[in-house]
Design a protein. Structure first.
Length: 155
């Protein structure tokens, strides 16, 4: 693992930590002012740190306590000043209505280094859907790196 790989991994670990604690300041410290962010919720894109911050505030406010987030199958590729990572996240927690939720999402993150600091310049979050019923699809379990096992429901 190169120094750049380690630095990007540390950024991504801190990003997950900030999400779990719902620490907006820590989380936003990892994003470029001109970030472009694609989420599973409307609108189609969030452009700029103010829009992204508002989206994270909305997400954090949906939960009464911390948000659980596990990272699986993290892959990082780095160059001198640009990096790309993709991973799966299992996130969940207690919603404001008292309901427990858990959701698998796919995440791709692009970073750029300026000086000694890596910042996220683009992020894309997606949820797989079952094309037969247009409902979110979630694998039944994870059996190790690259081995996500799931069922597609036709209900």
């Amino acid at each position: 693992m190169t120094s750049n790989d380690s630095q990007v991994r540390a950024l991504l670990d801190s990003r997950v930590d900030a999400c779990q604690k719902k620490d907006l300041e820590q989380l936003m410290s990892h994003y470029s002012p001109d970030v472009v962010y694609y989420d599973v919720v409307p609108p189609l894109q969030y452009v700029g740190s103010a829009d992204v911050r508002g989206n994270f505030e909305r997400w954090f406010n949906e939960y009464t306590g911390p948000i659980s987030m596990e990272t699986h199958d993290l892959t990082i590729a780095t160059g001198a000043d640009v990096a790309f990572a993709h991973m799966l996240h299992l996130s969940g927690g207690t919603r404001k209505n008292g309901q427990q939720s858990s959701l698998w999402v796919r995440s791709s993150v692009c970073c750029r280094r300026s000086g000694e600091t890596w910042l996220i310049t683009h992020e894309h979050i997606s949820v797989p859907i079952n094309p037969q019923n247009r409902q979110a699809w979630s694998p039944a379990e994870v059996q190790g790196p690259g081995k996500v096992v799931g069922r597609v429901s036709t209900a």
